[in-house]
Design a protein around this ligand. Sequence first.
Ligand code: AMP
Length: 390
Amino acid sequence: MKTIKDLEIENKKVIIRCDFNVPIKEGKIVDDTRIVGALETIKYCLDKNAKVILMSHLGRVKEEADLEKNNLEPVAKRLSELLKKQVLFSPKTRGAELENMISNMQPGDVLLIQNTRYEDLDGKKESGNDEELGAYWASLGEVFINDAFGTIHRAHASNCGIAAHLPSAAGFLIERELNALSILENPPHPFVVILGGAKVADKIGVIENLVTKADKILIGGGMAFTFLKANGLEIGKSLLDEENLDFCKNILKDYSDKIVLPTDFAVTNEYTNDEEYRVRTIEDFHSDEMGLDIGNQTLEEFKKIISTAAIVIWNGPLGVYEFDKYKKNTCELLEYIVQNNIKAILGGGDIVAAATTAGYKDKVYHASTGGGATLEYLEGKQLPGVEAIK
Ligand code: AMP
């Protein structure tokens, strides 16, 4: 796969597909992490005197009412502060006004085009990768850089569509993500996978793809209970994914030496943070209780297993980390990883959110930001955005 350094971009019109899908409330950006993340690629292009044309989606646009709340203009303002230079903004995603703005650009200018999903109002042209739209957007530039990892698992006009018509490469963000995740193609051993989160259903693809490669799969979170139930154990009122009981039974039968299940839990009677903190072993689980976190005995067992790991990949929290009491052992395992310099990749979504709030995100080997994109990578699927660059 080509990366930004492989392309001639000096003085060229460079289209960069960014991920500016940031939370905006009443016209104000609540968290600008993604904008800051895009600066490296943008600045590299500016150093090469390129004319930088930025594109991104923001939220979903299904009806007229979605237009104003998903207006990308506040991003242009924030970007302008961060770059300490004017960032032009085109309120339209196509047409003479946009084309004029681009033809008036000088080397070193930056222009942000309105939310690409404005084109979804008219027959899902962006999300449906409309051929004409991709060709039109490509006609606005000379080179295409994709730096939006969060949408790389989708074939949209603003990534695959444009890439089909221009010399294309990955920006620094995508390059870093893929470099880190590619270790899983031929992982060093012992290779340990930690899986948590709510539902077995969401993780079936990951389990199927990684169970043959991994030496151990440690299972926590709500999904552990379906595995325990499959083993015939009492799980009380804990989360159960009934439809996937057979899947769990089969995995346990085929890979009993690899799958490690929790043996104790922090439990409550109701789904709340308000009850007294108490722990039960799986043997004395009460039928009117539910498990909201793994217990200390399990935590110690998980620590022991990862202490010798050459690489750990972790997707999904081990408990209800949104509740103060039940984020405990997700945080303790993260701390153990950081303190012992264990090479770990946090595979997107809620485990990265948990690590961010606990202050560990920047201390682990790699925290993948992709959400759905990371999950599809872990499932071993081809990512259309990567294929398009190739
Ligand atoms: P996922 O998106 O599949 O990674 O799931 C993350 C969600 O799993 C979080 O919202 C957690 O609150 C939830 N979760 C983790 N452990 C449990 C548990 N023991 N019971 C219920 N939900 C859980």
